[in-house]
Design a protein around this ligand. Structure first.
Ligand code: 3H9
Length: 696
């Protein structure tokens, strides 16, 4: 039972109750049909209100039903029943009316909402398009330009703006049900007008003649590779040029094509993967998070400053500690300039900039951290320095404070061991730029307390990050995979591919940049320095030799206008370098490698399947709890295209695990050394005919 029907005098009330977000599954669809029938069967009733229980109006179709056989009636059929109602229906909206939820409301004769409500058509974020009349009704209500903006962005619109645009007929102050019933009674008193959005005509007077051509050209560039977007333009154009019924038929066909497309399967996987990542073993709802009212950050460099901005943005006061005044001033200056640049783009007011800066307390006194609820160190990535910082923190931090390290490789347990409170120590690995990248790897040490994890998971949401809990092993999830990917990219170059070729293949696949461009951006000197500390034999010196030679020639990457590529001063466009080409050839000769031609396919398979193979190892060792967590890490930390679902989803669904295994075995045999070893977990899954989902 997902709905009920009651009478308030001459007004019927159709109530939907399908927690947590009133998704329109089969039982809700049945309840909607029953409600309309009950309204029309009772001669005493003259109108109805459609309202939802719980925290929100219907947040859309039930995404878990997609890709499976759909129980009848489907949502368009339900909406046909509503539209055929002989008596008016008023949708009463609170929370979010999204996707099919808004489409249901648009089919009602009237819409009222509380001021805090939001409405939107976010289907595009799932690789879909509105498939229950949204592309045909919204343009008829708000005009094609606004409709296209709303549908293509997928972003929700606040009730007051929606009212101004004509979507909401009245914003209700006070009790929603009472306000909606009053509205319905007014409709009845005026003669029960039954306006249908689908019957409206569109005023084209202000629409430029080339509107749709321009929209298509813009998307071909900005959303290249994406399946749903161009079709949305076609459908909004159909709303303008074709009769309603014809537009609806076209929409249905396009919606089904999107739903069956791998991009939508991938984006739906991402939707659930992000939410599943929030579920952490040993941390259930009974674990009470600690209160975090103030944060301390040690280190005002690029990372420390970026991390601080996250908390300032969320209204949380930050104490920022440095050892030298000039470094502190520089760090604070960068934070201010970042905010001012955002304000210059109109995304913050001057007042908001000052509010954020007022929450920042820069200091040279380590003891000023004594009252912070959470302290994050972002100092040099050297164990000795980290241990020194944690020893000092242990002496001054208040009892119960969470002590976090922003390490990207080092052992949390070794760091925690210098304190008398290892249960309070956790890794918080932010990604650069820390104020922009959405990922937060939360590293669980052997003794990290469940309430510490619960607190940091909760905080990650508060600062608009996606938190993924991972185990304490070298490189955690993200950098561990990055190592395997970078290794293959390097090997391809050493064996005959050019850096330009490797980067182009990866960009074509959908990442914003190729691995070699990325190294130039990050600085080749960073890897060079970190290798000085590593055990010989712990990495393959042959594949890093080219990079080392470039660094020794003073080519650190973009910052020196030369790395793998040449750069013109002030211009980040990578240009081929004859010097790099000759160094690569020389290193190939030294390593006894005969260079050969590479295909796009080989580069792609070697780099991307290496990600998945290392992902299997990370799973086998328990560093990641599930394959979907690895996907989330790669999507939000490394720019993996969301429409491919992440490296694990892509390999499993687009390549297939048996084929992936066969290709990896082939490359492993060909490479003839131990640097590409097929994961035993992958072997096992394929042998048993299982998938990553079977590992949960
Ligand atoms: C559509 O409507 C197609 C139509 O055009 C055409 C049809 C023919 N279905 O996000 P939360 C689950 S496409 C199933 O943590 P919040 C979610 O997985 C749809 N389940 O809460 C989670 O489960 P769990 C268009 C759903 O308060 C729980 O609910 N609509 C759905 O942070 C709580 O979710 C959308 O794309 C769903 N539609 O945010 C809206 N939605 O607890 C998608 C949520 O087991 N939803 N769940 O992990 C959202 O954007 C957010 O959930 C919302 C609430 C803003 C509503």
């Amino acid at each position: 039972m997902r709905g009920s029907f009651e009478k308030h005098g001459n007004i019927g009330v159709i109530r939907i109750n399908n927690p947590p977000v009133n998704a329109i599954g089969a039982t809700v669809r049945a309840a909607l049909v029953d409600g309309v029938k009950a309204l029309n069967a009772d001669p005493e009733l003259q109108a109805a209100v459609l309202i939802c229980e719980g925290r929100t109006f219907m947040a859309g179709a039930d995404i878990t039903e997609f890709g499976k056989p759909m129980a009848s009636p489907n949502l368009p059929e339900v909406l046909d029943v509503m539209e055929a109602s002989g008596k008016p229906i008023v949708a009463a909206i609170h929370g979010t009316a999204l996707g099919g939820g808004l489409e249901t409301a648009l089919t009602c004769h009237y819409r009222v909402a509380v001021a805090s409500a939001k409405v939107g058509l976010p289907e595009v974020k799932l690789g879909l398009l509105p498939g229950a009349g949204g592309t045909q009704r919204l343009p008829r209500l708000v005009g094609p330009a606004t409709a296209l903006e709303v549908i293509l962005s997928g972003d929700p619109v606040p009730a007051k703006a929606a009212a101004a645009a004509g979507v909401i007929d009245r914003v209700i102050e006070g009790d929603l049900l009472a306000g909606a019933i009053t509205f319905a009674q007014e409709v009845v008193a005026k003669g029960s007008a039954m306006p249908l959005v689908g019957a409206r005509t569109i005023d084209l007077a202000s629409l430029p003649a080339d509107f749709f051509t321009t929209a298509r050209a813009g998307l071909a560039k900005a959303k290249r590779n994406l399946f749903a977007h161009q079709q949305i333009v076609d459908l909004v154009e159909a709303a303008v040029t074709k009769p309603f019924a014809e537009g609806i038929a076209l929409e249905r066909k396009a919606f089904m094509a999107c739903m069956m497309h791998p991009q939508s399967a991938a984006l739906r996987h991402v939707f659930f993967a992000e939410r599943t990542a929030a579920k952490v073993a040993g941390v259930d709802d009974s674990v009470q998070p600690r209160e975090v009212k103030t944060v301390g950050i040690i280190g005002a460099g690029t990372m420390g400053g970026g991390i601080a901005m996250n908390f300032l943005n969320a209204g949380i006061p930050v104490t920022l500690v440095e050892v030298k005044q000039d470094a502190l001033d520089r760090g604070v200056g960068v934070i201010r300039r970042n905010y001012e640049a955002t304000a210059a783009k109109g995304k913050l007011t001057t007042e908001q900039v000052e509010q954020r800066m007022d929450l920042l307390k820069p200091t040279l006194e380590f003891t000023d951290l004594a009252h912070a609820d959470l302290i994050i160190e972002a100092v040099f990535e050297t164990m000795a320095i980290k241990k020194d910082v944690f020893t000092r923190l242990d002496a001054i931090a208040k009892p119960g404070a969470i002590l976090a390290t922003n390490t990207s490789y080092l052992s949390i347990d070794d760091i925690a061991a210098v304190t008398a409170r290892p249960q309070d120590v956790v890794g918080t690995h932010f990604f650069s730029p820390a104020n922009v990248m959405k990922l937060l790897e939360i590293v669980r040490g052997a003794k990290t307390a469940p309430d510490v994890l619960a607190t940091v998971m909760g905080l990650s949401r508060r600062i608009s990050k996606v938190g993924v809990v991972c185990g304490n092993r070298d490189g955690f999830i993200g950098n561990r995979l990055l190592g395997a990917y970078g290794y293959q990219a390097n090997r391809c170059v050493l064996e005959g591919a050019t850096p330009e070729q490797v980067d182009a293949v990866i960009r074509k696949f959908g990442l914003p940049m190729g691995p070699i461009q990325m190294w130039d951006l990050a600085g080749l000197d960073i890897g060079y320095r970190s290798r000085q500390d590593r055990e010989p034999g712990s990495f393959d010196e042959r594949v890093t030799r080219t990079s080392d030679r470039l660094v020794e020639a003073g080519r650190f990457g973009q910052k020196t206008n030369g790395g793998y590529y040449d750069y013109l001063p002030g211009d980040r466009t990578p240009r081929s370098s004859a010097l790099t080409a000759s160094i690569i050839e020389q290193v190939s000769v030294e390593c006894g490698i005969t260079r050969r031609a590479f295909t796009e396919e080989e580069i792609l398979e070697r780099c991307m399947l290496a990600l998945m193979n290392e992902g299997c190892e990370v799973l086998r060792e328990g560093v990641a709890a599930r394959a979907s967590d690895i996907d989330v890490v790669y999507l939000y930390g490394y720019g993996f295209p969301a429409y491919r679902g992440g490296p694990m989803h892509w390999a499993e669904n687009e390549v297939g695990l048996p084929k992936a295994l066969e290709r990896l075995r082939h490359y492993a045999a060909e490479s003839g050394d131990h640097w590409l070893q097929v994961s035993p977990l992958l072997e096992k899954l394929v042998a048993e005919g299982k998938s990553f989902k079977d590992l949960r």
